[in-house]
Design a protein around this ligand. Structure first.
Ligand code: DGI
Ligand code: FE
Ligand code: FE
Length: 402
């Protein structure tokens, strides 16, 4: 029988006590999985300091990414309006009738549970795990648990863990005062908060040009894990191409790292940001927002990551469409994006292996093959082809095959 632990809450933001509680619950009760399930609109919380669900989701995903037993569940976020635990339990039971559900709670919630929607249903349909404590408050909590057990035949057990005085509201207060909350939240979450200026922590991200390692840390904290892996693959491939084609390796690596730095924004957000920063958009870019992140990425690289090197900025700017007569570095980034080791797509008319060989032999030939593949893909998908992509192809199709 599958044993699932559910961590509910607003996670505004997720912090280390949540993570420790989940892990201790898993170990002590031999749970197979823990689902982190943020809620939409808790009826009893103030809305003003609640950051968007996208931000909360991303912070959770970053925080749990190292633990194979932890996963993210958007069961409550998906639903419109107020979400009730009883509805969630009902839904899981329907979908997974064989699973045994454990609901993991901070101690204080035990005092509130009777005010929840249909408390008798909730207590009947899950086993409650509460973080216990060894002091007077712990004694009090045990009494409350006994009372609920009697009244509702509730199953309530305690999770042994050290008492950690960490709470999301405390964290928000500290951030509002521009204080760091390191060691209360995972590093990656602190960087996420910093980068996006959440909870009033709107200090400049970097005071001076950041090192490659610092850039990498922030990219890891802001990009989705898959996009981050792609980013490392592009940086690595760009450095290799640079070596072969006599371009500065460090420069190529940095450009590779930053090429998709604007991609942590959703497409609609990207349009809004361009308007906010005064970056003009063409009609086709508005219709196909996948084309925007080069422009926006250039702006972010310059203003957020303080990159001054115009060659790098231009390589980021043109990495999606290319342009006629590109610099060596621009071609390297454009191509590394297509051939990095993580790319496993089925490529036509030229196989990925053939394109990779061409890129290392001759950048212009690599451009020709890659553009032919991209255009054939876009046609097959019935997507409009950007005029710059077409001009680029016109330029490179003249490139002689080897
Ligand atoms: O950001 P990546 O996914 O790593 O790669 P990319 O920067 O090359 O972006 C790929 C996306 O851009 C993909 O969704 C296809 C789209 N794209 C590239 N060229 C064109 C295009 N979309 C349209 N409509 N027209 C183009 O010419
Ligand atoms: Fe891209
Ligand atoms: Fe990319």
């Amino acid at each position: 029988m599958m044993k699932i632990g559910i961590m509910g809450g607003t996670f505004n933001p997720i912090h280390n006590a949540h993570l420790l509680m989940a892990e201790e619950a898993r170990k002590q009760y031999e749970l197979d999985e823990i689902w982190f399930m943020p809620s939409q609109n808790p009826p009893h919380k103030k809305k003003e300091d609640l950051v968007s669900k996208e931000h909360r989701k991303r912070m959770i995903c970053h925080a749990i990414s190292g633990n194979p037993h932890f996963s993210f569940s958007d069961l409550e976020l998906q639903r419109q309006g107020t979400t009730y635990t009883s509805d969630t339990l009902e839904k899981i039971e329907k979908e997974m009738p064989k699973a045994k559900i454990y609901f993991i709670l901070g101690g204080d919630s035990l005092y509130e549970i009777e005010s929840w929607h249909k408390p008798e249903y909730v207590m009947k349909h899950c086993h409650i795990l509460v973080a216990g404590r060894e002091d007077a408050a712990g004694e009090h909590l045990k009494k409350k648990a006994d009372e609920l057990k009697k009244k509702y035949q509730a199953r309530i057990s305690f999770i042994q863990m050290p008492l950690l005085d960490i709470s999301s509201s405390n964290i928000r207060t500290q951030l509002q005062k521009k204080e760091l909350v390191s060691y209360q939240v995972p590093d990656v979450v602190m960087r996420y908060i910093h980068f996006h200026g959440l909870y009033g922590y709107d200090k400049a991200v970097f005071a001076k040009q950041p090192s490659q390692q610092e850039i990498m840390n922030y990219l890891q904290a802001t990009l989705r894990p898959k996009r981050f892996r792609h980013t490392l693959g592009v940086a690595f491939t760009a450095a290799n191409l640079a070596e072969v084609h006599d371009v500065d390796k460090e420069t190529a690596y940095l450009a590779g790292l930053l090429h998709d730095c604007a991609k942590f924004y959703e497409k609609e957000e990207q349009i809004l940001l361009c308007e906010q920063f005064g970056i003009p958009l063409t009609e086709i870019e508005r219709k196909n927002p996948a084309l925007i992140h080069g422009k926006l990425g250039k702006y972010m690289a310059k203003n957020r990551y303080l990159v001054k090197n115009e060659e790098i900025l231009s390589a980021i700017r043109y990495h999606t469409t290319g342009h006629p007569a590109m610099t060596e570095l621009e071609k390297i980034i454009y191509l590394a994006d297509y051939i990095e080791p993580g790319r496993k797509m089925d490529c036509k008319p030229h196989s990925l292996k053939k394109v990779r060989q061409a890129c290392f032999a001759n950048l212009d030939l690599g451009m020709r093959y890659t553009l032919e593949n991209c255009i054939s893909y876009l046609k097959q998908q019935n997507q409009p082809i950007d005029s710059v992509t077409l001009e680029t192809y016109e330029f490179y199709k003249k490139g002689e095959a080897l």
